[in-house]
Design a protein. Sequence first.
Length: 165
Amino acid sequence: MSTTRANHYVPQWYQKGFLFNPTDKLCYLDLAPDKISLPNGDFKALNSLKFWNTSQCFYQTDLYATFFGSFINDEIERKLFGEIDDMGSKAVRAFISEDQSEWHNHFSDFFTYIDTQKIRTPISIPPGVRPGLLVYQGRDLGAATATRSIIALHSSFTAYVRVWT
């Protein structure tokens, strides 16, 4: 199995929900487009409007990866967020349908997915701290501790949702 390097913080299945046809592309606005220097010394921003496939949008390379020397571990992406994304996909589809029994069956999964989105999006991650790197009082606690902490967060969210369902 190959290592997952492009970590999507907005799952591709969710992005595809905004497309009319599966072959369509997303209209993506680059808020910090590349700039070129003009001969007169001015700078000109390159086209900030892009049309990209879902594989090219809302991801960062190694966002959730942990590193052990030259070994790259993608278990946070595959085993934690992958499973939550699968649950979320089924839950969102259930709520789109008119089958109220499916709403009930996926109620908890839907909120687990929504809550997880809050902690996995780069804007919610403090500057200088990667999800695969846990720092407490200036001390790196290591990737294993970071993984356990993220799994504990997931367990907490799950327990919280169960209390309210």
